[in-house]
Design a protein around this ligand. Sequence first.
Ligand SMILES: Nc1nc2c(ncn2[C@@H]2O[C@H](COP(=O)(O)OP(=O)(O)OP(=O)(O)O)[C@@H](O)[C@H]2O)c(=O)[nH]1
Ligand SMILES: [Mg+2]
Length: 326
Amino acid sequence: MFIDYTEIEVIAGNGGPGCISFRREKFINKGGPDGGDGGRGGNVIFVANSNISSLLDFRYKKKIKAENGRPGNGALKTGRSGKHVIVQVPQGTIIKNLEDGSIIADLNDENSDFLIAKGGRGGHGNDHFKSSTNQTPRNAEDGRPGKSFRVSLELKLLADVGLVGLPNAGKSTMLSVLSDARPKVADYPFTTLIPNLGIVGLRDFKSFVMADIPGIIEGASAGKGLGIQFLKHIQRTRVIIYLIDIFDGKIDETIELLKTELSNFDSNLAKRPYLLVLNKIDLIEESDLKKILKKRKDDYITFSGVTKAGKDELLKRIEYELDRQK
Ligand SMILES: Nc1nc2c(ncn2[C@@H]2O[C@H](COP(=O)(O)OP(=O)(O)OP(=O)(O)O)[C@@H](O)[C@H]2O)c(=O)[nH]1
Ligand SMILES: [Mg+2]
């Protein structure tokens, strides 16, 4: 489990000021007051959307402001209300007030919405202030300010895509190239000791969560190496990526070994959709790579964590697999 977290400021619209105005009609010298009320300020409303999977959108959206109400007008016309702002957040987002730490909303249900910050009421126009003793009030009210405060957004994430490979295959490097995560990368096996998760952004504000787990070796399911208890972190993933070093020498056997260890842990994992990726292609001659690919009956995506070759293709294929399962 991994928490995606961000802090933003929400600002509801201010109410518009009331209007000071007097009736002007033919043949009537001194008309009474007819200043209308100001419009209401817009609200800030959050809506849960299951098509959004992370808070990535909010990285550059730190302030959310609804429109102010417009001033009132003569002839008792109320000013136009400010437009509400509807903010789409991932389903499962918890919104907390940062001033007192209280939970404002827990948007668990699809399409549930919540009024987070209420717009200010419009001010009364001068018509409101006429009385038996004052037939020509020359005062009107200002609008009330909209509510504004800082909130935190918190989302518990499960991984959508799991990276599986032998130690040193380049899993952590791949995660760091594709996502905002910065896991430790080093030239020795078992660099990764606990799973890392990162959010990978796609086009159209889509994103998914990728899990990088420690390397798996033969017998891992029986406790060798780091064991595979951490596989529980990818038990609920929707796509598995088998990542193989291009210099592995026994590509097919390695895939088999990884699949066997996974299914020993949980037979459902072996049935999960997967992609095969050959990594570190920056280190191999084009002609040698072609020879290796030619020998394979399965479909391989080639990738380099150094030159980022194959990155677009890989993301496209992952997106396709994720969409297919929706
Ligand atoms: N040339 C080259 N080196 C790579 C590439 N990807 C990873 N490496 C190197 O391979 C070594 C292992 O990379 P990691 O990303 O730590 O591998 P890992 O699969 O996470 O390893 P463990 O966590 O130990 O299982 C590091 O020295 C990386 O710099 C690549 O595409 N090209
Ligand atoms: Mg690693």
